[in-house]
Design a protein around this ligand. Structure first.
Ligand code: 16G
Ligand code: MG
Length: 551
């Protein structure tokens, strides 16, 4: 191990991955994300950054995931995963942005040397990395640029192949806890499926088998994982995998997947002849970290059960188990949401347990959820999980139940801690979690849906010249800049019964997003459109993108 950067090697390899001069890259909410064809230099540099991050953390393994999730097939992206399987520490998002924008190889080497100095990185430490990609066609070339970055740093890198984002997070946590008392599991795909399905089988033992569940795999990596999961589940849960065309050009996330369902509030057309009235179905997104359920009623009308409905279902179930176990004095359950949570869900949850609202993005939700004994967090878009604190895990392990009912409830809680991916939202793990609750409650989709009635709502987006001109406060519920715009939004909102609307800059796309809800469908649509118009006029947006329809 040397104690300085191998600048000759970095130079040689960096010259093969030049930065395009006209693009500014930004490590945003979900890492770097843009057109896959522009990301070669970014991937090379992320390889170097991952190695440095590992050295900084004494050689602990860092994860790198190459994916653009629910975004179009031509997009791609990359994000780093910290050693406990959680999102990269915020300061390093800034370092990553700086390094990705160094215009030349010389500037890159200078930026790296400066990072080594300021972050006090001991270069003699080892660098360990595990990486994976989704099914995007641009993936293999980008992964090879990434591998050049590892090579430039002489890092030990393990290729985990083509897996879902949550599986990569799982690997990172397993590798870093191996052989300790916090060992999280076996760091293999087999280990992941075994862990999920073993706990699932325990949780539904003795319950009547549920009717088959239709799974829309978004023509992405969830199709591969869904197949393996299904094989491990055997007869315990029949999955009907749809939208599994992972090699068909243009198919990924196209008119299918969790984002399509959530934003358009429609059934993927490809399922029109598959889904029977009353049958449960769900959609994963392109990297299988989001989940949205839905069903058609007897009249063929579409009903969506989004992240908010999942949070309500799951939180109520866990609270009940804690109570039956006799642990309600010791284990407090709380929920974390964002401004996108449907107002009706917030009301429902607030009547039952503590609820906190935080800015969009998994890292905000995850950190807030860590403050509860059991923290249930879900974004309305279907990304979420449940975190059990270490003291809570210890309580569950040590507790001496005094009745068979208490004992059963504790066993179920322990199995839930195994079933639920503790690192990040995981569509497959969440799907099994939902199925457990539905089976325990004997709920149909319709019964689940009737926990509360969603307020009609609408999402819109507006292209503006500079989304950074939009600044928010109060967990993104109010705009502080451009000045005066919030007052005009308030004035509009007041004209609608049950009206609520907010505007925020996207962290993943060069747009400003608008959310609106109101008591009536037509009013929610109208409010969203009018607020979007206001944003457009304020920002002097591109005429071709003046809001005409909802995207
Ligand atoms: C990313 C985030 C998700 C967030 C979304 C918001 C992660 C893993 N995912 O998909 O949590 O809801 O971005 O996108 O952090 P936006 O800022 O473009 O609205
Ligand atoms: Mg995703």
């Amino acid at each position: 191990m040397t104690s300085s950067l191998s600048t000759d090697l970095i130079r040689l390899l960096s010259d093969q991955h030049p930065k395009p001069s006209n693009i500014h890259f930004q490590y945003g909410t979900a890492g770097f994300r843009t057109l896959g064809s522009t990301l070669d230099s970014v991937l090379f540099r992320v390889g170097i950054i991952a190695a440095l991050r590992s050295k900084k953390l004494d050689g602990r393994t860092i994860g790198v995931m190459v994916t653009a999730s629910h975004n179009p097939e031509e997009d791609n992206g990359v994000k780093l995963v910290d050693p406990r399987g959680e999102m990269l520490e915020a300061a390093w998002e800034g370092h990553s942005t700086t390094i990705s924008n160094a215009p030349t190889t010389d500037a890159l080497i200078e930026a790296l040397e400066s990072l080594v100095q300021t972050a006090k990185i001991d270069l003699s430490k080892p660098a360990n990395v595990v990486y994976a990609r989704d099914t995007r066609p641009s993936g293999p070339a980008l992964v090879s640029a990434l591998a050049d970055g590892f090579k430039a740093m002489n890092a030990t890198a393990r290729n985990a192949g083509v897996v879902t984002t949550p599986i990569l997070h799982y690997f990172v946590k397993c590798i870093n806890t191996k052989g300790t008392k916090y060992s999280y599991g076996d760091d293999s795909e087999e280990g992941y499926y075994q862990k999920l399905t073993t706990s699932y089988k325990k949780l539904v033992a003795g319950k009547a088998a549920q009717p088959a569940l239709v799974v829309d795999c978004a023509n992405g990596v969830g199709a591969l994982a869904g197949k393996q999961l299904s094989e491990h589940l055997g007869d315990t849960l029949q999955l009907v995998l749809e939208n599994t065309s992972i090699t068909k050009p243009g198919a990924l996330n196209n008119a299918c997947g969790a984002d399509y369902v959530k934003v358009s509030q429609k059934l993927p057309p490809s399922l029109a002849n598959v889904l029977k009235p009353g049958q449960r179905a769900c959609s994963l997104d392109g990297d299988a970290d989001r989940l949205i359920y839905f069903y058609l009623d007897d009249r063929g009308a579409f009903h969506m059960l989004d992240g908010d409905k999942i949070a309500a279902l799951v939180a109520a179930f866990i609270i009940e188990l804690v109570k039956v176990a006799g642990l309600d004095d010791q284990i407090k359950v709380g929920v974390v949401q964002t401004a996108y949570a449907n107002g009706a869900s917030t009301k429902y949850l607030q009547e039952r347990l503590p609820v906190k609202c935080v800015p969009t993005g998994v890292k905000h939700l995850h950190h807030a959820a860590e403050r509860y004994n059991v923290g249930v967090y879900f974004e309305a878009n279907g990304h979420g999980t449940v975190l059990f604190s270490q003291p809570t895990l210890d309580t569950l392990a040590e507790y001496q139940p005094s009745t068979p009912a208490q004992s059963r409830a504790v066993e179920h809680l322990v199995s839930l801690t195994e079933l639920i991916n503790q690192t990040v939202g995981d569509a497959l793990s969440d799907m099994l979690l939902v199925e457990v609750v539905l089976s325990h409650k004997s709920y149909s989709g319709e019964e689940w849906n009737s926990l509360y009635v969603d307020l009609p709502n609408r999402l819109a987006k507006v292209s503006v010249p500079d989304r950074n001109a939009f600044k928010t406060e109060d967990a993104e519920r109010r705009l502080v800049s451009p000045p005066g715009l919030q007052a005009r939004i308030d004035e509009l909102v007041n004209r609608y019964q049950g009206g609520r609307s907010f505007v925020r800059p996207s962290g993943t796309e060069d747009v400003v997003r608008v959310y609106a809800e109101a008591a009536l469908r037509t009013q929610a649509d109208e409010l969203a459109m009018r607020v979007a118009g206001l944003v457009y006029d304020e920002a002097g947006g591109d005429p071709s993108s003046r809001p005409k329809e909802f995207l």
